[in-house]
Design a binder for this molecule. Sequence first.
Ligand code: SAM
Ligand code: SF4
Ligand code: F3S
Length: 471
Amino acid sequence: MDNKSVNVSYEELERQRQYCDAVSQILQSKYHNGKPKAFVHTYGCQGNVSDGERMKGMLESMGYAFTERVEEADLVLYNTCAVREHAEDRIYGNAGALKPLKKQKPDMIIALCGCMMQQPRVEKRIRESFSFIDIVFGTHVIYKLPEILFKALSKGKRVFMTEESEGNIAEGLPVHRDSSFKAWLPIMYGCNNFCSYCIVPYVRGRERSRDFDAVVEEARQLVKAGYKEITLLGQNVNSYNRTLSEEYRFPALLRTINAIEGDFIIRFMTSHPKDCTEELLKAMSECDKVAKHLHLPFQSGNNRVLKAMNRGYTKEKYISLIEKAYELMPELSVTSDVIVGFPGETYEEFLDTLDVMKRVEYTSLFTFIFSLRPGTAAEKLPDPISREEKGIWFKELTDLQQEIAARRTSQMQGRQYRVLVEEKSKTEGVLCGRTEGNIIIEFPGDETDIGNFVTVEVTEALTWILRGKKI
Ligand code: SAM
Ligand code: SF4
Ligand code: F3S
């Protein structure tokens, strides 16, 4: 699909701008003593966080201010995630907990949106059992938030909008960014991979890429506005503009953003091993602003399991990519996602996962026990291993990763790293930042450094974090 057919039309965006003005007027006549307050909470991945920032941008244009306290909110918006059962249970729990508040404040609007709402079974449950929820909308209509709110505010009826659409990239929406120096920059939406365990392709629709020039222009504006870290986002950034020629694909995008003048670093996620090419690794190694950190999820180290997961690569291909990456970037920090207890996985197959971990030496790992997602292909697979047994394997895996991480961080002792300072740590007078390799480092310092790069020497290496002193 070309960009013209994936982008929301100018006319539709204009229609939403008119709804935005209409909501503004309703709010002004309803709230005389200052702005109404919105409590927005996003669950799930960075892509969802980025959507949340766009929704906050729209809410701000409609006249909302933000609050961190749900009790004082006039609008509560939960942007939900469906990736694992636990994520959904938490959202049902948190949404349910709003019922007494809604009783006390009947005018308060409660809205649920995002991936979880894009599933018909969830929409049905909310319709039938959560009558105090006013608004439900899915991932395909985020840009219609003004229209949705207008309907809820003017008609006083519940609004459900979960239709799907393949053409829904809305360029030019306002963004309310949570940080003034770290920015999320989505480059593509959706996913075509249908890994057999994963709900994302069902709730996010088919893969579609943003226009190359629009992404580069947004990056340029971010740098101009003083942003120091830009993270390019997509479920599989390696297939960005995959139907177009090399000059518009991901490595070219990295090189083009790298050429923007300014002092900033570029990160990206997620890279899929199936589409990770040597050209990408070369671009990474040659671009001085691209952080030498590769998040390359492997999920399993066993070829039969990888096939059953529909991942599209083998353990050997994965290892050879990592070897190439280390050859080009000896300082590279590699992180990954891994699933324990995929249906039918045996203990011997699980040992192959541990083998990959030993060979790659990840600086950190996101570890998950398989969670059955209704509607995915893995739902139909026999799953004879008990949850308890999977828990034992999981512990073996996390213990191993702890050993590996401790060894990796201890190698950093005494060395100096450029660090983007992010926030104050819990300890008075101590700051917290991240190295290029995305490892947390704490050091004594003063708040004025927050949002800047500083050089820090590592004086103590703990397993997951470093301690140091500013040079
Ligand atoms: N697109 C990314 C990729 O392919 O690497 C992953 C995105 S997914 C939102 C993040 C991680 O959640 C996956 O890498 C996987 O490890 C984990 N995950 C997804 N579905 C899962 C499931 N049903 N059970 C357990 N973990 C799951
Ligand atoms: Fe899910 Fe696979 Fe797509 Fe990642 S690539 S979002 S794991 S289907
Ligand atoms: Fe969750 Fe949706 Fe992201 S399911 S992990 S919020 S794409």
